[in-house]
Design a protein around this ligand. Structure first.
Ligand code: TYD
Length: 214
């Protein structure tokens, strides 16, 4: 069993079930590993990043320029990293983050067509080489994800949810391209199956980095 810090990000399109997965995994990891497990989310996780989140979600932001949007997500990420993720990793905690770098690559790079390389370059300044040890990408056909969130809409950043189908299609295609680009870090999990099976698939992947039984 590892006793140093582990940083895991959970990625995926709208309605893939990231939150349900994290809610299921965190308590069982705490119990099995007897170690602190921090769950957090982007954009957000602390007052400054939540402030940026509110700005991104505001009705007054409908005409926000795509690069402005990318810069704000990167700024929120920086604050989240420095204030929330790094202190937890320094205490050898396990960090489960609902979204991180790859969301910007997929949504701003692909969805908004800013290009993965440019958005990566922008984010390199923000993340300063801190990458997750493992990224679980929950893959789901776009139509199914959108149908799911229409049924259980809560405090979403509606502006992005409301983008047209082709935007979300580009997001998914970009995530799939990231799998090929970063095969050592990102693992795909089929999210188009019952939650219990998604959780089990995630357990198997986590067991490889945490060295526990799945
Ligand atoms: P959120 O309400 O947290 O929904 P979800 O459950 O889908 O994560 O909204 C986050 C939204 O912000 C989501 O549409 C993805 C988007 N996003 C980006 O476009 N770029 C980013 O870098 C991040 C972190 C999120």
């Amino acid at each position: 069993m590892v006793d140093q810090s582990v940083f895991i990000s959970i990625e995926g399109p709208e309605g893939a079930g990231k939150t349900s997965l994290i809610n299921a995994l965190a308590p069982e990891l705490r119990q099995n590993l007897k170690r602190p497990v921090l769950t957090t989310r982007e954009p957000g996780g602390n007052p400054i990043a939540e402030g940026i989140r509110n700005m991104l979600a505001a009705d007054t932001s409908v005409n926000m320029d795509a690069r402005t949007e990318a810069l704000l997500f990167a700024a929120a990420r920086r604050q989240h990293l420095v204030e929330t993720i790094l202190p937890a990793l320094a205490k050898d905690e396990i960090v489960l983050s609902d979204r991180y770098l790859d969301s910007s690559l997929a949504y701003q790079g692909g969805g908004r067509r800013l290009g993965v390389d440019d958005v990566l370059a922008l984010n390199e300044f923000a993340i300063d080489h801190v990458l997750p040890d493992l990224t679980l990408y929950l893959d789901l056909p776009v139509e199914i994800g959108l149908e799911r969130i229409n049924q259980q809409r809560q405090s979403k950043i509606d502006r992005l949810d409301r983008e047209k189908l082709d935007f979300h299609q580009r997001v998914r295609e970009t995530y799939l391209s990231l799998l090929e680009r970063f095969p050592d870090r990102i693992v795909k999990i089929d999210a188009n199956q019952p939650l219990e099976q998604v959780i089990q698939a995630a357990r198997v992947e986590l067991s490889k980095v945490l060295e526990v039984e799945s």
